[in-house]
Design a protein around this ligand. Structure first.
Ligand code: MN
Length: 202
């Protein structure tokens, strides 16, 4: 079965005013669709055409660059849509809140570190909150469509929260003001979804 574009769990205008409808339409319907199509093209007729995307990413060093770029693009965007919600709440709770406090001191200190990872990523890429193999949380960023699941990652881990900082994620509304997009992003984070990823990854 070929990879498919996942449907959004909310309308394209549901994240307004923080993320605008046109950005969502183009980002999901055009950019993500292109990653899916190009991933399918790159894997067509190979043993990995029916593999799980996570398994492909974990051995990405064995694949050609189009699989790395488009497989990463497909996984990263699927995660990104799933950790946003029009009913985003202010902060995490329970075990996730405890793990964040223990790794970063406070929730605000975590937010600052995560925002910094996104702001200082030169060019295109992603900021991540990850669970490391030792059971602790970390913040990092990756270039292009790389991610911490990949066996080439400098910061290996299981992604719990990912923020797209490619210009296509914010340029229509925020132009060159990436920090404004990052500040707005906190209003649409679905901490319930992040906590579910955390519970599953542990
Ligand atoms: Mn994107």
């Amino acid at each position: 079965m070929a990879f498919e574009l996942p449907a959004l769990a909310y309308a394209t205008d549901a994240l307004e005013p923080h993320i605008d409808k046109m950005t969502m339409e183009i980002h999901h319907g055009k950019h993500h669709q292109a990653y899916v199509d190009n991933l399918n093209k790159a894997l067509a007729g190979t043993d990995s055409a029916n593999a799980k995307i996570e398994d492909i990413l974990k051995s990405i060093s064995k694949f050609p660059m189009p699989v790395r770029n488009n497989g990463g693009g497909h996984y990263n965007h699927s995660l990104y849509w799933s950790i946003m919600s029009p009913n985003g709440v202010g902060s995490p709770s329970g075990d996730l809140a405890k793990a964040i406090d223990s790794a970063f001191g406070t929730f605000d200190a975590f937010k600052q570190k995560f925002a910094e990872a996104g702001t200082t990523r030169f060019g295109s890429g992603w900021a991540w909150l990850c669970l490391k193999a030792d059971g602790t949380l970390c913040v990092c960023s990756t270039p292009n469509q790389d991610n911490p699941l990949m066996d080439i990652a400098e910061c290996p881990g299981t992604p719990l929260l990912g923020m797209d900082v490619w210009e296509h994620a914010y340029y229509l509304k925020y132009q060159n003001k990436r920090p404004d997009y990052i500040a707005a992003f906190w209003n649409v984070v679905n901490w319930t979804a992040v906590a579910e990823r955390f519970a599953k990854a542990k």
